[in-house]
Design a protein around this ligand. Sequence first.
Ligand code: ATP
Ligand code: MG
Length: 246
Amino acid sequence: MNRVEVRNLEVTYGNRTVLALDRVVFERGGFYGIVGPSGAGKSTLLRVINLLEKPVSGQLHLFGEEVDLSTLSYAKGMPLQRQMGFVAQKPSMFQASVYDNVALGLRYRKRNRVQIQALVQEALDLVELSHLSDQRAHTLSGGEAQRVALARTLVCEPSLLLLDEPTASLDPYNISIFERVIQTIHRQKHTTILMITHNLPQARRLAQTCLFVNNGRIVERADTEAFFHHPHCTELADFISGRMIC
Ligand SMILES: Nc1ncnc2c1ncn2[C@@H]1O[C@H](COP(=O)(O)OP(=O)(O)OP(=O)(O)O)[C@@H](O)[C@H]1O
Ligand SMILES: [Mg+2]
């Protein structure tokens, strides 16, 4: 996969602009942390990249292709979308077994039964849930369901992984498994990862580069250590120290 580049983006609801960006680039294989106050536009940015939003204007360079976001058709978007994985805060499971939930994306991609079995097993091993393969997915605990959601996403080997507060409602044990898995995937497969989190120590632990989104703009971007130790703008310093009032 090549870099991800968003240019001249404007997302508006009614007459309110919630996101306006001149240009942002995410390099191939990078692990990016995205932080900022509630309502800043972080989820909107990930939804735009995941082709779930139709902005007023915007160009996206994705998997080597140029996409005009305001005119993108379903037919052109679908193959691009299939190269991305998205995990949100609350997993929604299909009314089926854990196995079938993880297998679904592979069936859409017309993989054969033997391949599907091996890949699902591998993905469930990775999130340490092989023993629950036959359980109905909607009976899982929140932490287990989120790990299945991660397995379901990773089994399709996305080049770009979009994570929107995926561990926000998990306990420390499930958070540590989730973090270990995405670090392993990042290291082994060089997956580009964009992760929104309100857990600042988590962003420090995982991300190589962090971005601060405020009022629909990317206000600061830096290597993670510099971002937290030497923030340039007052807004970021206030946000990190808990002084920011929204
Ligand atoms: N479909 C929509 N219609 C109207 N307004 C919307 C819509 N989606 C998002 N917004 C508004 O856009 C702004 C940005 O929302 P977004 O979900 O991107 O924030 P966020 O940074 O992810 O916040 P949080 O940290 O609370 O998840 C918010 O003010 C929100 O109310
Ligand atoms: Mg959000």
